[in-house]
Design a protein around this ligand. Structure first.
Ligand code: KIV
Length: 252
């Protein structure tokens, strides 16, 4: 049976760190299902590493539903969390309608980028009984507006905003908060203050857990590797080796 998203808060109390990865398709979900991961994120990073867009901003609800269904078919034991894509939470009613669609597609929870500005949407989703995970710091859906991926929380104003946003999401009852590219001392301070677990990505190693894009971990997207991600395999090299061997065998 899948553990409920609400159990993440208990894990934090017990001092157990959360390990999570992205997954976008059935075979990956099925392979990862029995690896002790706390959840599989159908991230809108699929726009980049699966669909070939320059960033996540063009990912649609239809894309998220399609990939959530595939991952849900492979994940029998591990909770599936799906990203609410850009534009899907602009009003609380719209957010709820979209969260319900991701639930129907097989998501156990949804993840939403943003702080107090999207609190009404998060509250509406939670009130409907749909578990939600927050996402603060560098928000990839804002990359075009912000002109790149920048570390957040280096100045006092940003640090205070992040801490207030994290407190608001925590009080609303999110299951966890992803902290992306947050200045490590601020990520540590937030992790100490909130009672839900924080899940870091490029935010140092003091969060209550960690998340990576699977492709960065296994070397499946060689054209861009974030500095904070340590690859532990080189799957693209292995694919090329097998294909070259196959072509040579067929054409010899
Ligand atoms: O879309 C995604 O993969 C994410 C993670 C990087 C946290 O949001």
């Amino acid at each position: 049976m899948k553990p409920p998203i609400s159990s993440f808060r208990k894990s934090k109390l017990e001092g157990r760190r959360l390990a999570t990865l992205t997954a976008y398709d059935y075979p990956t979900a099925r392979l990862l299902d029995d690896c002790g991961l706390d959840f599989l994120l159908v991230g809108d990073s699929l726009g980049m590493v699966v669909l070939g867009h320059p960033d996540t901003t063009q990912v649609t609800m239809a894309d998220m539903i399609h990939h959530t269904k595939a991952v849900a078919r492979g994940a029998a034991l591990t909770p599936v969390v799906s990203d609410m894509p850009a534009g899907s939470c602009e009003a609380p009613d719209l957010a709820l309608e979209n969260a319900r669609q991701l639930r129907q597609a097989g998501a156990d929870a949804v993840k939403i980028e943003g702080g107090r500005e999207i609190l009404p949407a998060i509250e509406r989703i939670l009130a409907d009984g749909i578990p939600a995970i927050g996402h603060l710091g560098m928000l990839p859906q804002q990359v075009v507006v912000e002109g790149g991926y920048h570390i957040k929380g280096r100045n006092d104003a940003e640090a205070e905003r992040l801490q207030a946003d994290a407190a608001a999401l925590d009080n609303a009852g999110v299951g966890a908060i992803v902290l992306e590219l947050v200045h490590p001392p601020i990520a540590e301070a937030i992790s100490r203050t909130v009672s839900c677990p924080t899940i870091g990505i490029g935010s140092g190693d003091t969060c209550d857990g960690n998340i990576l894009v699977l492709h960065d971990l296994i070397g499946l997207f060689p054209w861009f590797r974030p500095k904070f991600a340590t690859p532990r395999a080189d799957v693209s090299a292995e694919i090329l080796r097998a294909v070259h061997e196959y072509v040579a065998a067929v054409t010899r």
